[in-house]
Design a protein around this ligand. Sequence first.
Ligand code: 5GP
Ligand code: ZN
Length: 115
Amino acid sequence: MENECIFCRIVAGEVPSDVVYQDKDCLAFRDIAPQAPTHLLIIPKGHIASLAELSEGQQELAGRLIIIAKNLAEKEGLAAKGYRLVVNCGYEGGQVVPHLHLHLIGGRKLGAKLG
Ligand code: 5GP
Ligand code: ZN
């Protein structure tokens, strides 16, 4: 738990969030500033600063985050029309919150340009 990390504080229940899924290792909640009708964030409960910090030994966790995203896309009714899964990494990647997170975005036609 990193005291200064907003997502660690969400995991700890110190900051309220609209949780849509959780298990022992992972948490998913609605983004506070949604970019589309559905915008979820899927995170590991443990603090990992970014994708760049993910180690070979964390393959299972990485896979788990993706499967959770897929399951939530189905649950949110996005699977038929499609959706986008995004990980911003570091400054030039547009990462603002330094705790690894996957963005699950859908519910409207998204632009082809990624940046
Ligand atoms: P990044 O740019 O780091 O990939 O995305 C961070 C995301 O976290 C942004 O989409 C932002 O709206 C979201 N976010 C930042 N602070 C909070 C918060 O306190 N609660 C929730 N639910 N989302 C947050
Ligand atoms: Zn954190």
